[in-house]
Design a protein around this ligand. Structure first.
Ligand code: TMP
Length: 238
């Protein structure tokens, strides 16, 4: 167990994931937590270069296994450079997507199956799994409509977003399946409600974890004080 907390946001494009993440981060900071925000694929210099390959339309068709391997290559870099060090320092790491996206998009969307994704995940993520994964759920047709309606995106879809509706329906089914398989850690919230109501529900999911983190860090503080006292006594004896 690390002293930090790892929270990931997931969902189809157009579900309002990034807005909700931003507001959750503001809230965490207001509560006095040190927060490290990141995104996937990307979040490191190398990861952002890999992201360009993955999302640029000019990349064209990638073999599904190549796509999966690139997602996990970027993730390996992010884990080493950002996630693990931040968790070890006791920070709250908030990531816009993480491994659940690979299960949904590559496992279900690209039909590679969960066993293949799990094999990569075991090697690359190992025990660095999120404490909480929040999936914003919305019907894929509506999500697509919202994504295209968002003028900030200049209605340009990236290579993966541009895949057909059948693909996005499989991705959503994948998200629902992951949520069913790990209900204590992976939480579904309906994105079909107001921004404020959605944020209220998200905070209600985060708060119990913050309380637990507070208790853990008090225990850790007490443990390290005892260790310090012990080592002072030992050094006086010798
Ligand atoms: P973003 O636009 O939310 O940053 O996500 C980039 C795209 O990458 C999005 O269409 C989902 C996709 N993706 C995967 O297919 N597999 C993954 O493991 C991750 C992290 C993202």
């Amino acid at each position: 167990m690390t002293p930090g907390l790892f929270i990931t946001f997931e969902g189809l494009d157009g579900t309002g994931k990034s807005t909700q993440l931003r507001r959750a981060v503001q809230y965490l900071r207001k509560c006095g937590h040190r927060v490290r925000v990141t995104r996937e694929p990307g979040g490191t210099r190398t990861g952002e270069r890999v992201r360009d390959i993955l999302l640029a339309s000019k990349t064209g068709k990638l073999a599904p296994l190549a796509e999966l391997a690139l997602m996990y290559a970027a993730r390996a870099q992010l884990l080493e450079e950002v996630v693990r060090p931040a968790l070890a320092r006791g920070q709250v790491v908030v990531s816009d997507r993480y491994n659940t996206a690979s299960f949904a998009y590559q496992g279900y969307g690209r039909e590679l199956g969960t066993a293949t994704v799990r094999a990569f995940d075991r090697v690359i993520c190992g025990s660095t799994q999120p404490d909480l994964t929040i999936i914003l759920d919305l019907d894929p047709e509506r999500a697509r409509g919202r994504a295209l309606g968002d003028t900030r995106r200049k209605s340009r879809l990236d290579r993966i977003e541009a895949a057909g509706m059948a693909f996005h329906k499989r991705v959503r089914a994948g998200y629902l399946a992951v949520a069913r398989s790990a209900p204590e850690r992976v939480k579904l919230v309906s994105a079909d409600q107001s921004i404020d109501e959605l944020q209220r529900q998200i905070r209600a999911l985060i708060e119990p974890l913050l309380a637990r983190k507070g208790r853990n860090s008090k225990v850790e503080d007490r443990k390290s004080k005892i260790e310090n006292r012990k080592s002072k006594v030992e050094s006086r004896k010798s």
